[in-house]
Ligand binder design. Structure first.
Ligand code: NAD
Ligand code: DAU
Length: 332
């Protein structure tokens, strides 16, 4: 297959491109990425010389460019997005632009060029907070922050293009990913790197919010399966099946880094903080997927990766990151 992957210099995108090039020697990948603060070419340094891989610096909202790079591909896999909830509370504009208008631009290109498949990557956050049980693909969308509302907008637009124009769209909605190359604003890499630096771990609210953790390589395998075997017009949940309260996760990180629990610093809660996400993943399991990495071992491997890759994350925690933090904690 020849793939156009958007957002390939981000966390999941870079892991996904590496997965595809490893698992499918005959495939070729073009990576279109705007290189926002979260996009890092270093995430793909090891595949740069691969003749099956090409990088294009650009924006998924640029219709002419998207048409240029999408011409002749067998599928588009959209991982380009603004992704951090806390940033969407302060600067929502960019979320609406990329996560809604960017999806629209891709849909128009796929429609116009008659590309056989658009796999759009979405999130469990579109279902909103789930007190009991787990979300199924047909459940109502009840997003509760500007990030998840923008993602829900992108999903609904994609499904509408399937209904009205039969644009061959497939959507995955996964739970919280963790693993190597995750930008250190997200809770696991933030807490691991803060612990390694002996700086406080800012735990929101009462620390009892629950996330369902999925190792990024398991998500990549699921995305790959849905890309090749998923059905047009369908949504597939991808849950890690490992729910953890934030405070429990924080203690595990401190244990793995050998640091004291006195580093935990309770801070003001995130406004509109969703209490719990949980996914029913039977549909993707019926396609033949199951997570292969046990949470404890994957978390240990992730902590080891950040310990061994200080040269990757240290520069990311200065400059833009410091300015973002000042804005976040200056707000109240
Ligand atoms: P990320 O923030 O690490 O990377 C996003 C990438 O998109 C970056 O490389 C960035 O430069 C690029 N990008 C942003 N705007 C762009 C634009 N307008 N044009 C081109 N490129 C642009 O994100 P991630 O965590 O890898 O998430 C990838 C996708 O998976 C997103 O759609 C996100 O909503 C979804 N998702 C993420 C998680 C998670 O836990 N990380 C869980 C569920 C779903
Ligand atoms: O659920 C999937 C979503 O997971 C993705 O769609 C998003 O792109 C991704 O950012 C992630 O969203 P969360 O808000 O769940 O992830 P985050 O890492 O920001 O926070 C995880 C939990 O940890 C959440 O309950 C908030 C809490 N937290 C987070 C940060 C950054 C803290 O307690 N302190 C922190 O400093």
């Amino acid at each position: 297959m020849k793939l156009l992957v958007t957002g390939g210099c981000g966390f999941i995108g870079s892991n996904f491109i590496r997965h595809v090039l490893g698992a499918h020697p005959e495939d070729r990948v073009v990576n279109l990425d705007r290189l926002t603060y979260a996009g890092n070419p270093a995430n793909l340094a090891d595949v740069e010389g691969d003749t099956r891989y090409a990088f294009v610096h650009g924006d998924i909202c640029d219709a002419a460019l998207v048409r240029d790079v999408a011409r002749g591909v067998d599928a588009v896999v959209n991982l380009a997005a603004s992704t951090h909830v806390d940033r969407s509370l302060m600067e929502p504009d960019e979320f609406l632009r990329t996560d809604v208008f960017g999806v629209f631009t891709l849909l128009e290109a796929v429609r116009d060029l008659k590309i056989p498949r658009l796999l759009h990557i979405s999130t469990d956050e579109v279902y909103g907070s789930v007190e009991h049980g787990s979300s199924r693909e047909g459940d109502a969308l009840r997003p509760s922050n500007p990030y998840s509302a923008s993602k829900a907008g992108g999903d609904l637009l994609a499904l509408a293009y399937w209904q009205t124009h039969r644009v061959p769209v497939v959507i995955t909605r996964s739970s919280n990913n963790f693993g190597p190359f995750q930008y250190p604003e997200k809770v696991i890499p933030l807490f691991v790197t803060n612990a390694l630096e002996d700086t406080p771990l800012p735990l929101y609210g009462d620390g009892r919010n629950v996330r369902d953790w999925l190792y990024v390589l398991d998500n990549c395998a699921a995305i790959d399966l849905v890309l090749r075997r998923g059905k047009d017009g369908e949504v597939y949940n991808i849950g890690g099946g490992h729910e953890v309260e934030n405070v429990v996760l924080t203690r595990q990180i401190l244990r793995l880094t050998g640091k004291p629990e006195t580093l935990i610093q309770p801070v003001r809660d995130r406004p509109g903080h969703d209490r719990r996400y949980a996914l029913d993943s039977k549909k993707v399991q019926q396609l033949g997927w199951a997570p292969r990495h046990a949470f404890a071992a994957a978390l240990e491997a992730t902590v080891a990766w950040y310990r061994e890759h200080e040269a990757w994350w240290r520069p990311l925690k200065s400059g833009e990151f410091r300015a973002y933090y000042a804005r976040q904690y200056g707000r109240g």
